[in-house]
Design a protein around this ligand. Structure first.
Ligand code: ATP
Ligand code: MG
Length: 151
């Protein structure tokens, strides 16, 4: 099973429990040079955040595409988004926007730093932004590798 599908199946249970709707749209042939575990960790951390920082009734949309020589994964939610002043810092180890609320939500604040380390190691990038209509969107870009592992 492709990694994205594995993560979506697993996270669907958590999302349903929370009343968050998850949809995904994946193009064929999105392969990259990375271990399956690394790909899993990247997708899992982003989808976990999207669900975790969404409220009941929220929607998480994941898309996987390729453009020229890049494989592009987007994870978008319509939660509270990320304050502009925190955007440059959320990839730092242990950095969390709302200390109290984050503690209640569980976790350590390491997820995004792991995503960034892995992407750097594999020659890719990860970026965070706020959506015009509210919510956050994370974009991951990997170099396309014909004989690589399937996302
Ligand atoms: P862990 O991933 O270790 O369980 P965490 O989710 O708090 O803990 P990160 O994944 O590194 O840690 O995220 C860092 C911080 O960035 C979060 O605490 C949260 O404040 C913010 N953040 C990340 N993703 C989102 C999102 N989709 N919407 C709003 N805020 C987010
Ligand atoms: Mg996280």
């Amino acid at each position: 099973l492709p990694v994205l599908e594995q993560v979506m199946r697993m996270m669907n249970l958590v999302a349903q429990e929370k009343g968050v709707e998850m949809t995904y749209d994946a193009a064929e042939g999105c392969t990259v040079l990375a271990a399956k575990d690394e790909i899993h960790q990247v997708i899992y951390n982003l989808v976990d955040n999207a669900v975790k920082y969404s409220a009941a009734g929220g929607a998480v949309q994941v898309s996987l595409r390729w453009r020229s020589e890049q494989v592009v994964l987007e994870v978008a939610d319509n939660g509270a988004g990320i304050p502009e002043e925190d955007l440059p810092r959320i990839f730092q180890r242990f950095y969390r926007v709302d200390k109290a609320r984050s503690r209640a939500a569980g976790g350590t604040g390491l997820g995004l730093s792991i995503v960034q380390d892995t992407m750097e190691k594999r020659g890719g990038t990860v970026e965070a932004a706020n959506r015009p209509g509210g919510g956050a969107v994370f974009t991951v870009r990997w170099p396309y590798a014909k004989e690589g592992e399937r996302l």
